[in-house]
Design a protein around this ligand. Structure first.
Ligand code: NAD
Length: 547
């Protein structure tokens, strides 16, 4: 295979000799992550995956034997009285979206639509919204530099020529940038949504208009959901040879309905916690019939999702829901892992007085060294203005804590699903709930004290803010590279197992994002490389390095 020119990378980074370089570091592939159950933010999230953090929230089984779309049931176990309504709200604020409202209640399945080239191989809400979708896609492109760099490279060669990719992800502007990049790299794509509420209709229309067979609209029924997936897969004269999945529903469908397709499929790229979990289960049971890439656990993705994304979105989520001023406010952040560090950094920068609680002495010491007061929650619960949970644990904030909070204290969760705050304990007769805004409840005690509960204890940023496109860019680039790698890998490089991306690929994803900042990476001298025992082009760190 020809080498790609690496000119779009930074000067010190001469990566894209795809296959050759990856082949050299076969031994580098970790077969399994040390920890699964981390989250994926394939997403585009306000737009996005409501389930991504939690495999506990896996769907119920349908009577036909298939599980519900994870999105549809992600909250089946929540404390919501009307989970579907809440889910709609949750997903209904893609702030940048032009419009989603349509008086047209006709199901897209019953409509005859054609794009301007006369093709009707798609099913979207309204093809006429394409122009608005195109603008959304163009905005997203600005913050997805790595994909744009890949496209530039693709002018010379097409590493995905001949690839027939069937995809099932959130259909948002960011995904559209990914799909169009895959197209530029030579792939044919057919796409369905992995979430029944997250599709941006105008973006789906724009994709259909530019010739992508997209089967998705916002507010699909469960039946629609599987119908759309089936329309992507079950098509005459076209068989997928690659799968890009987010949540595992597409993979599951092909396994159940069209197992023979796996004879032609070269690999699966999976993005979400739950999908990856399913793949490991298949692999363990000896039922995985093609190689799969776990992009959820790549280093860049985790760092960006957990630390940087939360650093940005905590303020956004709090501001949108409460209009509060942060300066001088006393905040307690429970948990000083990646998410907690991001939240603390953002709040400290805004002038808040930040306390931290931790159970782990190492993270606790980090908090101290970073200038935060390490306390027990009980010690500050009466005085703080905001309580934020980021532990991945359960019942970190209990009814007892809630009882002791001061009037107007804001309580929210940035960690695991809806387990961290014991919200159920607030559903007692003596307490009154008042919905004051979308995603904002006042819970009122008999003496008049009220606390402000955000998003009913679910993830604040996913519920009430958007996720930066730049974060999604990292994930999308990783997905594209994983597809290229699996598609081009020589026979035998990958077995029927689940693989993590090689560190070198992670480094490459990062390097593609550096030009955005006009960042100048230092190149190792020969002497330095020899001294450190490194290849000048990476990988620069061992797999156990923690960053
Ligand atoms: P992490 O393991 O790095 O950090 C969690 C920290 O909480 C640990 O240091 C742990 O010692 C501490 N902890 C556990 N129980 C505690 C308790 N009772 N009191 C105080 N501290 C306690 O994990 P992370 O990467 O920071 O992720 C935390 C959670 O956030 C996970 O559930 C993850 O899925 C979720 N997450 C959310 C987002 C988001 O956008 N909101 C993004 C990524 C991850």
């Amino acid at each position: 295979m020809e080498k790609w020119d690496s000119s779009a990378g930074t000067s010190a980074f001469h990566m894209p000799e795809w296959m050759i370089q990856f082949a050299d570091q076969k031994q580098e592939f970790n077969k399994r992550p040390t920890k699964i159950g981390r989250r994926s933010l394939s997403r585009s999230i306000s737009q996005s995956s409501t389930d991504s953090y939690s495999s506990e929230e896996r769907p119920k089984q349908l009577s036909v034997g298939f599980s519900l779309p994870h999105s549809a049931q992600a909250h089946a176990k929540g404390t919501l009285s009307a989970p579907k309504e809440a889910m709609k709200l949750w997903l209904a604020h893609p702030a940048a979206s032009y419009t989603d409202s349509s008086d047209d209640e006709t199901s897209p399945r019953d409509k005859q639509q054609k794009n301007s080239k006369g093709s009707s191989d798609f099913c979207v809400k309204n093809i006429k919204q394409a122009e608005f979708g195109r603008r959304e896609i163009e905005i997203a492109e600005q913050e997805m530099p790595a994909l744009m760099a890949l496209r530039k490279r693709a002018q010379g060669e097409k590493p995905l020529a001949g690839a027939k990719i069937v995809g099932c992800t959130h259909i948002t502007a960011q995904t559209a940038v990914l799909m169009e990049t895959l197209g530029a790299l030579g792939a044919q794509c057919r796409w369905a949504a992995c979430n029944i509420y997250s599709t941006l209709n105008e973006v789906a229309a724009a994709l259909a208009e530019s010739g992508f067979p997209v089967f998705a609209w916002k507010g699909e029924s469960e039946d629609d959901f599987w119908w759309c997936i089936d329309r992507c897969v079950n098509v005459e004269g076209w068989q997928p040879n690659m799968i890009l999945d987010d949540g595992g529903d597409l993979t599951h469908w092909i396994y159940k309905k069209y197992p023979n397709m796996f004879k032609k499929i070269k690999g699966i790229v999976e993005e979400s916690v739950t999908g990856v979990h399913r793949l490991y289960q298949l692999s363990k049971a000896g039922k995985l019939c093609v190689p799969a890439m776990n992009v959820n656990d790549s280093v860049t993705k985790q760092k960006f999702d957990n630390l940087y994304c939360c650093r940005e979105s905590i303020l956004d989520g709090l501001k949108r829901t409460t209009d509060m001023m942060f300066g001088g406010k006393q905040v307690v952040v429970c948990g000083y892992g990646e998410v907690g560090k991001g939240c603390c950094a953002a709040l400290k920068a805004m002038g808040s007085i930040v306390y931290v609680t931790e159970i782990d002495p190492i993270c606790a010491l980090q908090a101290c060294m970073d200038g935060f007061r390490l306390v027990k929650l009980n010690e500050v619960i009466r005085q703080v203005d905001i309580v934020i949970t980021c532990t991945g644990n359960k019942n970190v904030v209990t009814r007892e804590h809630l009882d002791r909070m001061k009037n107007s204290c804001i309580v929210c969760n940035m960690g695991h699903s809806n387990t961290e705050i014991d919200v159920a304990s607030l559903r007692t007769p003596e307490l009154t709930w008042e919905r004051v805004r979308s995603q904002v409840d006042h819970v009122i005690w008999p003496d008049g004290k009220r606390i402000v509960l955000l998003a009913e204890g679910r993830l604040l940023n996913l519920s009430c803010s958007t996720v930066p496109t730049f974060v999604l860019s990292i994930t999308a680039t990783t997905q594209a590279l994983a597809l290229i790698e699996l598609y081009n890998a020589p026979e035998g490089r990958y077995k029927q197992d689940v693989y993590l991306l090689p560190k070198k690929m992670d480094e490459y994803v990062a390097s593609l994002h550096l030009p955005t900042f006009d960042a100048h990476l230092t190149e190792l001298t020969d002497e330095q490389a020899k001294y450190l025992g490194l290849n000048k082009n990476g990988p620069f760190k061992p797999n156990y390095y923690r960053y």
